[in-house]
Design a protein around this ligand. Structure first.
Ligand code: ADP
Ligand code: MG
Length: 617
């Protein structure tokens, strides 16, 4: 029988390797940044065009390469960083596999310019699809500059697989931040399509974090420090009250390398136990130094997962170090009886007199209010009395303008002109009689043929979702003007998303009066939302966009409407009065798809008289 097996040509092998190492433009940035750091650079500049699809350029002032090395660097398994397998266990460099440049050169047009300290002139090499097309001397300062153009030009399937520029540049910013956070003493800059996204000076860890995530970050950080035989832990955790709605600000670095570790993440979350609200994620920037012998980095081609020898001890130490910090900085209660109480008092409070506690009196409370209809409208000033949880006030805030609340409930029932009422066979009955709330979660209503049970939160999310979609795509919503503009701070990454979503958000009623580097000033918000909820809503939005990267205009609009509807919907556990129940029921059945939430969950069930009768047999 003939033999079939043959060795693959180099350029094919390189392309296959590239499949693992280079998934998207961001992977190229990561590899090039790591090479620059390994070369001892003090300044690194990154320039990208069209989210890295047309150009990625990384310029460093590291040690550069000789002519021979420059040529060698594009060979597969060509590395200056390890010599033997044992070296794998004493790694001090980011790279060691010797395949990044070979992989990149297999799938893009690459131009390398480099010069060492000793040499007079540098080397310029052009290479495409693994073949060197030119090599000549060139003028270059000490260091290396690599241009990667037209990524995946020869693999159309991969090129088509790339996401929108907005999504790809988000991945690039992610990688850039991870590297920059690990190396505060290196100066970094990032420019995209001619505009500067980051300019990070040489500084310390705390300042680097602040430079990346915005001015106010500094006050939110609690330092963590622990020195043990097996690990040295340093860095910061965010105070629990600033916990985010996304995992966007969670970073572990092991020996200056960003890594992902669900296990260690668990240790951090465990340290925060009892301090976080539901669905809040603590921020952390934790730097672990361990003996390179005790870890294996070579378990994943992108080197973001590593194996620790003694994961259990690491877990315990991390958790206790963070607990200790949170306690020490007065963020969490401590049970330490030997402690001098003075030390725990923040300086600014030491010489202050204790304030008399204030009792909030509700001046609008009216004991003679008619309880039968359960309303709490105050005829005096026609504002809404807050008897329910704060998020609730938003549901009806738009209503006040539209209806004369003083005239009672009947008007509310007809507030929505689109009411079809098809499920409500008992139109002639007084509306107040036909609904009640069960468990602060369900709205129960009678039908001609039985009973209707509506999940209030789900119903409201459907109503809001359809309304928001309409606002974004057809007719812009009205805004409520804020007396004092709201200033909110976000990270560069989040600000990029904000700019991307700005037009759509404005359609829903937001008015952005100023957008600066890390701050946005908001002078108007949608009528259906309370001012206090805006920060939370935007954070949720960014987190949803981060997790569920939309790929085109349509899915972007859809995701925006879904996310806002989720944040704004009245929650389970909120007491609703009769008119509010009616309002939700009426509006729900005016929706295009009243039976399912935007997330495809059922909104209501019906129980027919027949079914009831069966139960009684
Ligand atoms: P690795 O980083 O795993 O060694 P790469 O393919 O990324 O593999 O790089 C191959 C070699 O090219 C490196 O080992 C290094 O010697 C050299 N090199 C790459 N980038 C640079 C740079 N920016 N400055 C100096 N040398 C570099
Ligand atoms: Mg490398």
């Amino acid at each position: 029988m003939a033999d079939f097996i043959q060795l693959l040509p180099d350029h094919v092998a390189n392309q296959i390797a590239a499949g693992e190492v280079v998934q998207r433009p961001a992977s190229v940035i990561k590899e090039l940044l790591e090479n620059s750091i390994d070369a001892g650079a003090g300044h690194i500049q990154v320039v990208i065009k069209d989210a890295g699809k047309t150009l990625i350029q990384v310029v460093d002032d590291g040690k550069g390469m000789s002519l021979i090395d420059a040529r060698m660097s594009f060979e597969r398994h060509a590395t200056s960083k390890i010599k033997s397998a044992e070296d794998l266990f004493s790694l001090k460099t980011k790279g060691f596999r010797g395949e990044a440049l070979a992989s990149i050169a297999a799938i893009a047009h690459v131009e390398l310019k480099t010069k060492t300290e000793e040499e007079e002139v540098g080397t310029c090499i052009k290479i495409e699809g693994s073949a060197i097309s030119s090599q000549e001397p060139c003028v270059n300062p000490k260091g290396t500059s690599i241009c990667v153009k037209n990524l995946f030009y020869n693999i159309p399937a991969r090129r088509n697989f790339l996401k929108s520029d907005a999504v790809e540049s988000r991945h690039i910013i992610d990688e850039f931040q991870r590297v920059a956070l690990a190396h505060p003493h290196i100066t970094f800059s990032l420019h995209h399509n001619g505009s500067e996204l980051f300019q990070l000076p040489d500084t310390n860890y705390r300042q680097r974090i602040t430079n990346i995530f915005g001015g106010k970050t500094n006050e939110k950080l609690v330092p963590v420090n622990e020195d043990t035989e097996i690990v040295k832990i340093s860095g910061f955790v965010g105070k629990p009250e600033f916990a985010k709605r996304s995992r966007g600000e969670q970073f572990f670095f092991v020996n200056d390398r960003f890594i992902k570790s669900p296990y260690l993440n668990h240790a951090v979350v465990a340290a925060f136990e009892g301090l976080l609200k539901d669905k809040a994620y603590p921020s952390y920037f934790l730097y672990l130094q361990v003996d390179p012998k005790s870890i294996d980095i070579n378990i994943h081609p992108t080197k973001t997962e590593i194996k620790f020898d003694d994961e259990h001890s690491l877990y315990a130490m991390l958790r206790s170090a963070i607990k200790h910090s949170l306690g020490q900085f007065n963020v969490a209660p401590v049970l330490d009886f030997d402690r001098d109480a003075e030390l725990d008092t923040p300086y600014s409070y030491k010489n202050r007199n204790a304030e008399t506690p204030k009792v909030e009196v509700d001046r609008n409370f009216n004991p003679f209010q008619d309880e039968r209809n359960g309303t709490n409208y105050n005829p005096g000033n026609s504002t809404y009395k807050k008897d329910t949880s704060p998020s609730w006030e938003s549901l009806y805030s738009g209503l006040e303008n539209e209806t004369n609340l003083n005239t009672g409930l009947d008007q509310v029932e007809f507030e929505s002109e689109e009411v079809t009422g098809n499920l409500f066979g008992t139109q002639e009955e007084k509306p107040e009689a036909s609904t009640f709330q069960l468990h602060k979660k369900y709205i129960v209503s009678t039908l001609k043929s039985g009973i209707l049970v509506i999940d209030q939160s789900r119903a409201h999310s459907r109503i809001l979702y359809e309304e928001l979609l309409k606002n974004i795509t057809i007719s812009a919503a009205v805004s409520q003007q804020l007396l004092f503009p709201l200033k909110l701070q976000f990270s560069t990454q989040e600000m990029e998303m904000l700019k991307e979503l700005k037009d759509s958000l404005e359609q829903t009623g937001f008015i952005f009066s100023e957008i600066e580097k890390d701050t946005v000033e908001i002078s108007g918000i949608p009528t259906l939302i309370a001012e206090s909820e805006v920060g939370m809503l935007l954070e949720q939005l960014f987190s949803d966009f981060e997790n569920d990267v939309p790929d085109n205009g349509f899915s972007q609009t859809d995701l925006l409407a879904k996310s806002m509807a989720k944040s704004m919907a009245v929650k389970s556990g909120t007491a609703l009065n009769n008119s509010e129940q009616q309002h939700i029921a009426n509006r729900l059945f005016a929706c295009k798809e009243p039976s399912l939430t935007p997330f495809n969950k059922s909104i209501f069930i019906t129980l027919t008289v027949d079914e009831l009768e069966k139960k009684f047999t």
